[in-house]
Design a protein. Structure first.
Length: 105
């Protein structure tokens, strides 16, 4: 992968223990794991009619230099949070391809 194509900045977030409360129970929240350069590849979007309303979705694929990313992580890109639906290794630990769907918050 050529570095010139990595022209977008995104943050990989992971659900981790960030502290403990007064009863020593773990407090979990999303924390930033890494901020990396990526190539953005928009995929398809879609709309569907369900429960008497129209629901849309945005689908995106990101290519980053190889990193250990899990489907339980999230992506923060362009002010939106994206749920990861699939992670693939391209080449031998050269590129990580991440498929995401925008969160509907």
């Amino acid at each position: 992968m050529r570095a010139g194509k990595l022209d977008r900045r995104l943050t990989i977030r992971r659900f981790t223990v960030i502290g403990r409360d007064e009863f020593n129970a773990p407090i979990k929240d999303w924390s930033d794991l890494a901020t990396v350069w990526a190539q953005q590849r928009p995929n398809r979007g879609g709309e569907r009619f369900a429960a008497q309303q129209i629901a849309g979705s945005s689908v995106m694929t990101f290519h980053i230099q190889y990193r250990d990313v899990k489907v339980t992580d999230r992506i923060l890109y362009d002010g939106r949070e994206w749920n990861i639906t699939d992670v693939r290794e391209v080449g031998r630990r050269v590129v990580t391809e991440i498929d995401c769907v925008a969160r509907q918050d």
